[in-house]
Design a protein around this ligand. Sequence first.
Ligand SMILES: Cc1ncc(COP(=O)(O)O)c(C=O)c1O
Length: 435
Amino acid sequence: MDFHADPGFAGIERFESKLWLASPTMHGEEKKWVDDAIVTNWVSTVGENINETEKKMAEYVGCKYAVGLSCCTAALHMAIKLAGEKLYGQARPSEGTLAGRKVFCSDLTFDASVNPVAYEDGEAVFIDTEKDTWNMDPAALEKAFELYPDVKLVVVAHLYGTPAKMDEIRKICEKHGASIVEDAAESLGAKYFSGGEWKETGSLGDYNAISFNGNKIITGSSGGMFLTNSREDAEKVRKWSTQSREAAPWYQHEEVGYNYRMSNIVAGVVRGQIPFLDEHIARKKAIWERYKEGFKGLPVSMNPYDSKKSIPNFWLSCIIIDEDAMAPHVRGDKDELWKKTSGKSSPGEILEALAAFNAEGRPIWKPMHMQPIYCENAFVTVEGNGRGRTNAYIEGGGIDVGADIFRRGLCLPSDIKMTAEQQDRVIEIVKRCFA
Ligand SMILES: Cc1ncc(COP(=O)(O)O)c(C=O)c1O
């Protein structure tokens, strides 16, 4: 559809430079630390930027130890491997620590949360989503333990910077003797009220991971971190991530190694960003609130959070369209068709309209149980087994909260460099889609 020729969008100007979903925001301090690394010749995977970044992030998140890595995917791999080794013992070099084991995983997340389970030869079982925070549903997790009582590991992500219901999840895990890997890639700086105090995401699991990917709340261009209160775990991850060298004068190896360590250049960028983390969060929050206000009267809601138990970092602002305001639309594996319908809209229409005006939105992350690569993995909802629920003779297909959020939701431009005027234009474009 040609949105510019459509009288329904008359008077709206195309953004001259692209409005991004979430792009890096540099402040100048980053350059100082990158230059410092170059001038002092610490252009390697050791150096003061790494030491300082680890120290500062451990302090901020409230964990005793932080290990800087090349990305959060690496941190999650190390976390999941470590958990697997502790639960099931050391694996042979050719086999993952989770061979033949199931792991419960958030379903509505980015695939980097769960791929490390496959790296370790494990099998992810996806747990459906609850509507209050769009994260792992504790009731579905409880059902999963009924179906698979032997499972001892749970991977939980905090979607779009909104903390999951960690107290409930932790309680269920404790009951079943399971450990938690916390994927706080999107939620650095988000807080959760637990045990009478506010705690940071990234400190709530038994093994925790954060990300400094270019689109995250602060960035190093890339980079990630493993966070823990266990000195032994930190030392193990440090060893594995630097090729598993033993204390010998030559290269001596007793375990499989990885080249996962953070670079001192990347750490310089992160070091320069850390002082601005709280400011970034405040700006993200203002964006979320401006959208909420701007969409009043429209048949949409913002991505929700529990205001008593959590303070998100508001990394991405999203909306979900009311069911009765959904225009007809269909999605294939790689494409989408939607129909212009008066008073209604669809994620496809809104995303196309935004793109036509040079603004970047994105569909909600497609749930893992719907991904072709994981379509044979088990999926558990509040009703129990989420697979094979349809019946030719009975109407209805069962509850699938994640699929519903994917169908009706979308992520909006959430870049902190977006001005109020630009955001108002985004709001106007969304409104016109419902005209
Ligand atoms: C939920 C989630 N987990 C893990 C990752 C992986 O992080 P990284 O890109 O630092 O490897 C990302 C994003 O990239 C993410 O959004």
